[in-house]
Each structure stands twice: as C-alpha cells, then as structure tokens.
Design a protein around this ligand. Structure first.
Ligand SMILES: [Zn+2]
Ligand SMILES: [Zn+2]
Length: 275
C-alpha cells in the first residue's frame, strides 16, 4: 500500500517504480514496475517532453503494489506516445487480461483498450531478450506468483543494473524453485554495478514473516556481497516503517556493507543516480 504522510516525507510513500534513462544520441527510457510512483513519473515525463514519448515498461509481477499506478500514468492517455509493456503471465492468465481486468468498468472509468497511446503487451520468459537500447536477462525469484528479476545492460556494454523488488532469500515459503536456485541467482547477479533489492523486513521480524516473499537488508547484503555487486539499493520498504526506522536499517546495513565492500543506500522518492 502507498503510505503517504508525515512519517514518510523523506523516503516517500509511493509503491514500486524505477525509471532508467539512457542519455546521448537517441534517449531511451525504461520503467521498472508501475506502482503508484509511476503517476508522478508520468506527469514529469509529460512536462519535459517535446514530442512523442517512447518507452519500455517491465513488470516484475502483477501484485497491486507493482501495477496500481498504471491506470493513472498520464502518457497512456495521449495519442502518439508508444508504450511497450513486458511481464510474465500469472498461471494461465495472460498479462493483457490482468491489465484489462485492473481497468474493468466496475473498478475504473476508462478501459485499457480505449487508451489513446500506442500500447503493446509482451510476455516475458526467464532468459534473455532485447528492448530498445538494452539487453535484458530475466530470472524467476522466490515470491508468490510468477515474479521476475531483471538485469539490464546497455546494448554494446556499460554499467549494469539488476532490479529485484520482491524476493525471499531466507528459507521460508515454497516457490517451486530448483535446489540450486540461490547459486543460479548469484550467477545472475555476478559483478552487477547496482543491485536494487527487496529489503522489506527487519532481521528480527524475519521469522514471523517467513513465507511472505520478502527479505531483510542483511540478507540482501549477503547476496550482493556473494555476487560481488558494487552497490546495493535497499528497496520495497515495509509500509509500517517510518523514515526513522529506514534510517536505522540503512545505518546498520551500511556499516556491514563497508566490511564486505558493498556500498549501501536506501531508495527514496525522487532519488536520482548516475550510473
Ligand atoms: Zn509481490
Ligand atoms: Zn511488492
């Protein structure tokens, strides 16, 4: 759930949304998840645009907190913009059906099919695929539903980024993964420059939330160190955590990160990083 209010003024209260922009020559834009953070992003893009926008939107999965902002993403309502959505089907339900039902007339005034933008929806399977300007690898992670981690690198090489918003690194839960899943996951993340990873639960709460599909900052840091990631971005803050609590978790994780050579930061509303 979004958690706006005086207790989240610094880290922000919107749900998952990250934008990745490749500058120089043709500018390319990738959006990772469409939680409520995609609404202010859409407004910003509209303000700055002087012509048709074109973008790829990668969905990790379709739990509410990752698609809730999509109906309010302003570029979808404008003729001439191009939006390509990528994501996994959930069980037998195809992604276009999930997105159409999110905007069914009983819950939303404008159906997906009536949006003005040039919209396509593509299914993603684990493995490699290409989007405009980037090579992408996808891997299934330990979270309810079919949830993808994405690793992106600009075509022709450059700084790499991995986006893993929801993932349980602890032993809880049964997600039908192979026994060597963790080794494969470390391989998937090997030497990544920036790892954005689920760090939702404080270490002391982990037992209580085993099987919920999330991790602690310490667990995220351990996998980052194992994979020799340069930087960890703590992501998917718990709705119950206020700014001061995230500060404390970050301070602790940063100190531990220093010992294993991983720089640690915590994602915050509007935060920008140059990769
Ligand atoms: Zn989820
Ligand atoms: Zn989530």
């Amino acid at each position: 759930m979004p958690t706006p209010g005086p207790h989240t003024t610094r880290y922000g209260g919107n749900t998952s949304c990250v934008a990745l922009r490749k500058d120089g020559g043709d500018e390319q834009l990738v959006i990772l998840d469409a939680g409520t953070g995609v609404r202010p992003l859409g407004n910003l893009l509209m303000e700055r645009s002087n012509g048709a926008l074109e973008m790829d939107l990668l969905l990790s999965h379709t739990h509410w907190d990752h698609i809730q902002g999509l109906p309010f993403f302003a570029p979808l309502a404008v003729h001439g913009h191009v939006v390509r959505i990528w994501g996994s089907k959930q069980g037998n339900v195809e992604l276009p059906v999930i997105l159409q039902q999110q905007m069914h007339p009983v819950v939303f005034p404008v159906p997906l099919d009536e949006l003005a933008t040039d919209l396509t929806v593509e299914h993603v399977e684990p493995g490699r695929f290409q989007i405009d300007g980037f090579d992408v690898s996808a891997m299934r992670v330990r979270h309810p539903a079919s949830t993808m981690a994405y690793r992106l690198v600009p075509k022709g090489g450059g700084t790499s980024l991995a986006y893993v918003p929801d993932n349980e690194l602890g032993p809880g839960g049964d997600y039908g993964m192979p026994e060597n899943w963790r080794a494969e996951f470390v391989e998937f993340l090997a030497d990544v420059d920036v790892l954005i990873h689920d760090a939702m639960f404080a270490e002391r709460d982990l037992d209580r939330f085993a099987g919920w599909g999330h991790s602690s900052p310490e667990e995220a840091l351990a996998v980052a160190a194992e994979a020799k990631a340069k930087q960890l971005v703590m992501f998917h803050h718990r709705p119950e955590h206020d700014d001061d609590t995230v500060d404390r978790l970050l301070k602790n994780a940063r100190a531990k990160g220093k010992k294993c050579g991983v720089d640690v930061v915590a994602a915050s509303e509007g935060m920008e990083m140059k990769l």
